[in-house]
Design a protein around this ligand. Sequence first.
Ligand code: ADP
Ligand code: MG
Length: 288
Amino acid sequence: MSNNNGRRVNGSSESPILRADHVSKLYTDGQVTALVDVSLEIYRGEYVSIMGHSGSGKSTLLNMLGMLDRPTSGEVFLDGQPISQVRNLDTLRAQKIGFVFQSFYLLPVLSAMENVQVPMFEGSLPLAQRPKKAVELLELVKLSHRVNHLPQQLSVGERQRVAIARALANDPLLLLADEPTGNLDSKSADTVFDLFAQLHRERGMTIVLITHSEDLGLRADRVIRMADGRLMSDARSPGIAPKQTSGANGSGSDSGILGPSQSGSGLGLVRPPRPKSILPPFAIPDHG
Ligand code: ADP
Ligand code: MG
């Protein structure tokens, strides 16, 4: 787990779970430059939303961070590991990252609990223990009464909760979600965001999600705004009270606006303060 990207913060060293280093993406198809020199770090236990107009590069960035696609230039590090040097990205991705998409992507012929077990084929849990784990995850997303339902027998909100349970199947290091409420009515969207908040609060889950909704996006602790393939701002959410953490660095009232980043490009880029020592009340699963 150790790597050489760590920095010492208040006497303890902490390394980003995810780091994008000068990442650019050119889609040769159409010669679209979708990302321009994006650098950012995501730390364990952070809850980050990415907002911006359609076409601003949000999905492209998330695809790079989630190793679904490779940058044209620059590098992405997962837990300190440069992904350009990873041979089997599919396996690494399946073991370390949980994805949630706008369109759920559930397999229509599989029940809820079978869908949740799909990523476990790339995990290490013995076959015999998978159904029990799937049921536990469905309980976590409050669907214990729907374990044998097919996707078409579920509401769209329930489908997305199955997809969230599936994203947690291999105890990932982090959850990435691209417009997870884009197909949901406002009540279901609210429920899904409550679930993300609960996963973050109670399990210390690191979450990066894209949303169009200003209201929902500001529920995250840190808000990144994009335009034209660039990061325009990156700040603690003003709408959130400082997290109650036991221990270090509990200073309140930070707006998170620290002034121009040293990596900024004259765009008024601002950085959040270093995340407070975020210690989940429950142990983060062992990913060994
Ligand atoms: P967002 O998620 O913010 O709406 P995207 O990251 O999907 O934005 O797209 C950023 C830009 O890249 C857009 O101009 C889009 O048309 C373009 N783009 C996205 N995917 C592709 C692709 N596979 N091929 C060519 N252009 C693409
Ligand atoms: Mg998108």
